[in-house]
Design a protein around this ligand. Structure first.
Ligand SMILES: [Zn+2]
Length: 627
C-alpha cells in the first residue's frame, strides 16, 4: 500500500541542493499540500493524484533574490549611467517623494513579482516603503518574502519622522508575524542615513519579535571613508557598537569590508546580500565574495532595485534561506515545496557532457537563461505552468506600468526644463525676495580702501575675512544663468582657517537697470550645498565650468545712514593684479535703488575709484571672457 500525495514530479534531473548536493537522474519529487514529502527513490512509495513527466528537465529549489526594492521595477531605466549619490539623491529620492504611495508600491510589487517568477525566483528579501502593502501584493502573487519596512532619519513617502516609520514597522511586524509566506522585518536603510538611536531601536524591535533585520552596509568607498572620519572606525564595528548585531542581520552590499569586518559578520551570524549588477552599474565596486565564502559567511545574490539579472554562482543565493528559518532552499522531505522546473532542451543548453556528473550545475549557472524556467511552485502552489503566469495578469500589468511611467516622465520633464527646478528638486532653494544694487570697480591698491575703513566717515558693523573657492557652471541656454558652488574658508587675523561652509547660488543673468554704473539686479536663489561639487556637476550636467579663487575682506558698514556690504577682493586664481572693490545693498523699490546708487557713487569716490573704473561683469564673466 503506497502513501497518497498530491503531486509527483517524475523523470527529472533533481538537484536537491541539500548539504551533500545530492542529485538524482530520472528522479522523483513527491509533494503534499505545501510541503515536499519525499525525494529520489523514497518518492516511489507515494501514489499521486497527478504526475508530471519532467523528461529533459531539471527540478531544483526556487531561487532567492537576496536583496531588492521590488516596487522600483516601476522605475526601471528612469536614470541610468549615474553614480550612486547622483542617482539616489538627484533622481530616485525626488521621484519617490512625488510618487510613492500604496497604489504605486502595489503595482510595482506585482510587476516585480511577475518578472521574478518568470526567472525562477520564489523568494526575495525586500526593503521599501508601505511594506505592508508590498507584503499583501506578494502574498497574493503567492511568493515568499522577507518584507522589511524602511526606517531612516529623513521624512519618507510613508512617514514624516523616524518615530513614524518605526511605529509603522512595529505595527506591520505585529500583524504579519507567523504568516506562511511573509516574514516581516525592520530595515534601517543604511548606517549613513540612520542615527545610532535608530539602529538600536530597529535591532531591539527585531529581537523583541524574533524577526530578521535588513540593512544596506558598506556600499561605497565614500560611505566607509566618511565612517572612518566621523566615527573613527569602519562601518561594521560602528554598527556593532550600536547594538545592530543583537538582531539577525541581512546586510546588503558589504562591498568595502576588510578581513576583520568579514570575520565579525561571520561571528554574529549575519548574512550578506551580494548585488553584483547594481554595484557595477552604480560604480560602487566589487565585493570580496570569494574571501567571504572562504571565511564561511552566508552570501546570497540580489538584484537590488530596478537593476536586473544575476550572474556568478546562482546557487549561493539559496544559502540565505537560513535566515528564513530553514523552511526553504533545498528539496528535502519536510521542506516547503518551493521549486522550479528548468528546460535543458533550448539550443543554448545543447549539447551536455556526461563525463562530469556535476556538469549539470555548471550548465544551469553558465548556459541556462531565465527563459528556460518553465514552471514555478511556491509553498505547494503553482505560480507558473508552461511559462504562463497563474497568479498575475501580465497584460494588465504592462498597461498599468506604462501609464505610471508617463506620469513620472511628465514630472521629470517639468523639472528638467530649468536649472532652478532641478535645484529645488534636490535641496529646497530659497528665493531672495529683494533686488540688489551693486557696483564693482578696480582699485589699484588696498591702502586707500583700508584707510577709509579705519577712518571716521564710515561706521563698521561687522567684518570678516575669507578665502573663497568658487566653481561656476553655465548651461547651453544662457537664460539659465550661472550656478555657483562656493566654499568659504573663514580666516582669522593671522590668516589661519577657523571654519568653512559651502553654498549654491543660482544667479539670473538679467540686470534690471543701470543707474549710472550702479547696477540693479533681480533676486537670486540660494540653496544649502549639502553635496560635493562633483555631485552637482554630474547632476546638472553644465555646458562649461570656470573656477575662481580669491581672498575677500568683507565689511558691513553704514555710510550716510545706509547699510552697505563692501568687499575688497584679490584674485588668486586665475591670478590678477590689483584689487577689486564691490559695494552692495539690498533694496525693495526702484526709488530706493536710485537713492542708494547715488550714495554708492560717493562711497566709490571715497575709495579712490571713478565711475570709469567700474566693471559691469561678474568675476566669472571676467574669467570666462564673456558677457
Ligand atoms: Zn538596495
Amino acid at each position: 500500500m503506497r502513501a497518497p500525495c498530491d503531486l509527483l514530479l517524475a523523470n527529472a534531473t533533481v538537484l536537491t541542493m541539500d548539504q551533500k548536493f545530492t542529485m538524482y537522474r530520472s528522479g522523483r519529487v513527491a509533494i503534499a499540500g505545501d510541503r515536499i514529502v519525499a525525494v529520489g527513490p523514497d518518492a516511489d512509495a507515494y501514489d499521486a493524484g497527478a504526475t508530471i513527466d519532467c523528461l529533459g528537465r531539471v527540478v531544483m529549489p526556487g531561487l532567492v533574490n537576496a536583496h531588492t526594492h521590488v516596487p522600483m521595477a516601476l522605475l526601471r531605466g528612469l536614470a541610468d549611467d549615474l553614480r550612486l549619490d547622483v542617482w539616489l539623491m538627484g533622481y530616485m529620492l525626488p521621484v519617490e517623494r512625488e510618487f510613492v504611495s500604496p497604489d504605486f508600491v502595489r503595482l510595482g510589487t506585482r510587476l516585480g513579482c511577475a518578472e521574478m517568477i518568470r526567472s525562477g525566483v520564489t523568494c526575495f528579501a525586500d526593503m521599501y516603503y508601505f511594506e505592508e502593502t508590498i507584503a499583501e501584493a506578494t502574498a497574493e502573487a503567492g511568493m515568499r518574502a522577507l518584507c522589511a519596512q524602511t526606517v531612516l532619519r529623513f521624512p519618507t513617502p510613508d512617514a514624516t519622522s523616524y518615530e513614524g516609520s518605526l511605529a509603522r514597522a512595529r505595527d506591520f511586524i505585529e500583524r504579519w508575524r507567523g504568516h506562511p509566506l511573509i516574514v516581516p522585518a525592520p530595515a534601517p536603510h543604511a548606517p549613513y542615513t540612520c542615527t545610532p538611536e535608530i539602529l538600536r531601536a530597529c535591532a531591539e524591535l527585531a529581537v523583541e519579535f524574533d524577526v530578521p533585520l535588513h540593512i544596506h552596509m558598506s556600499e561605497s568607498v565614500q560611505e566607509v571613508e566618511d565612517s572612518r572620519r566621523v566615527n573613527g572606525m569602519p562601518v561594521v564595528p560602528w554598527v556593532k557598537k550600536h547594538g545592530l548585531f543583537d538582531a539577525k542581520v541581512l546586510a546588503a552590499h558589504c562591498v568595502h569590508v576588510d578581513d576583520g569586518e568579514m570575520r565579525a559578520l561571520k561571528n554574529v551570524g549575519a548574512g550578506v546580500a551580494h548585488n553584483p549588477t547594481s554595484n557595477l552599474k552604480l560604480g560602487a565596486g566589487i565585493a570580496p565574495v570569494a574571501r567571504m565564502l572562504e571565511l564561511g559567511l552566508n552570501v546570497g545574490i540580489g538584484t537590488d532595485g530596478a537593476a536586473s539579472n544575476n550572474d556568478l554562482d546562482m546557487f549561493e543565493e539559496t544559502r540565505l534561506a537560513a535566515l528564513l528559518n530553514h523552511l526553504t532552499g533545498s528539496l528535502e522531505p519536510g521542506k516547503r515545496a518551493d521549486l522550479i522546473i528548468v528546460d535543458l532542451d533550448p539550443l543554448h543548453n545543447v549539447p551536455a557532457f556526461g563525463r562530469d556528473p556535476n556538469g549539470v550545475y555548471a550548465q544551469i549557472v553558465y548556459a541556462s537563461k531565465s527563459t528556460d524556467v518553465m514552471d514555478v511552485m511556491c509553498n505547494g502552489r503553482w505560480l507558473m505552468r508552461d511559462r504562463k503566469l497563474l497568479t498575475l495578469d501580465e497584460a494588465e500589468l504592462r498597461e498599468a506600468a506604462r501609464g505610471q511611467a508617463k506620469r513620472v516622465d511628465a514630472f521629470l520633464s517639468g523639472r528638467e526644463v530649468s536649472v532652478l527646478q532641478k535645484l529645488v528638486a534636490v535641496g529646497g532653494a530659497v528665493e531672495l525676495e529683494s533686488f540688489e544694487v551693486q557696483v564693482k570697480a578696480r582699485v589699484p591698491s588696498a591702502e586707500q580702501v583700508l584707510a577709509v575703513i579705519a577712518g571716521k566717515r564710515v561706521t563698521i558693523v561687522r567684518s570678516s575675512h575669507y578665502h573663497q573657492f568658487d566653481t561656476y557652471w553655465s548651461f547651453h541656454d544662457p537664460d539659465q544663468g550661472w550656478l555657483r558652488y562656493r566654499e568659504d574658508e573663514f580666516l582669522d587675523e593671522a590668516g589661519n582657517v577657523t571654519g568653512a561652509r559651502a553654498r549654491l547660488t543660482l544667479t539670473g543673468r538679467t540686470r534690471e537697470a543701470d543707474l549710472g554704473g550702479v547696477l540693479l539686479f533681480r533676486s537670486r536663489y540660494l540653496a544649502p550645498a549639502a553635496h560635493s561639487p562633483r555631485f552637482y556637476r554630474e547632476y546638472f550636467r553644465p555646458a562649461a565650468e570656470h573656477v575662481v579663487e580669491k581672498e575677500r575682506r568683507r565689511w558691513l558698514l553704514v555710510y550716510r545712514g545706509v547699510e552697505f556690504y563692501v568687499h575688497l577682493d584679490r584674485l588668486l586664481s586665475p591670478p590678477g593684479d590689483g584689487y577689486f572693490i564691490e559695494v552692495k545693498s539690498r533694496t525693495w523699490s526702484q526709488r530706493d535703488a536710485q537713492d542708494k546708487a547715488a550714495v554708492i557713487t560717493d562711497l566709490l569716490a571715497l575709495f579712490g575709484t571713478s565711475p570709469d573704473d567700474t566693471i559691469s561683469d561678474g568675476y566669472v564673466e571676467l574669467v570666462a571672457g564673456r558677457r
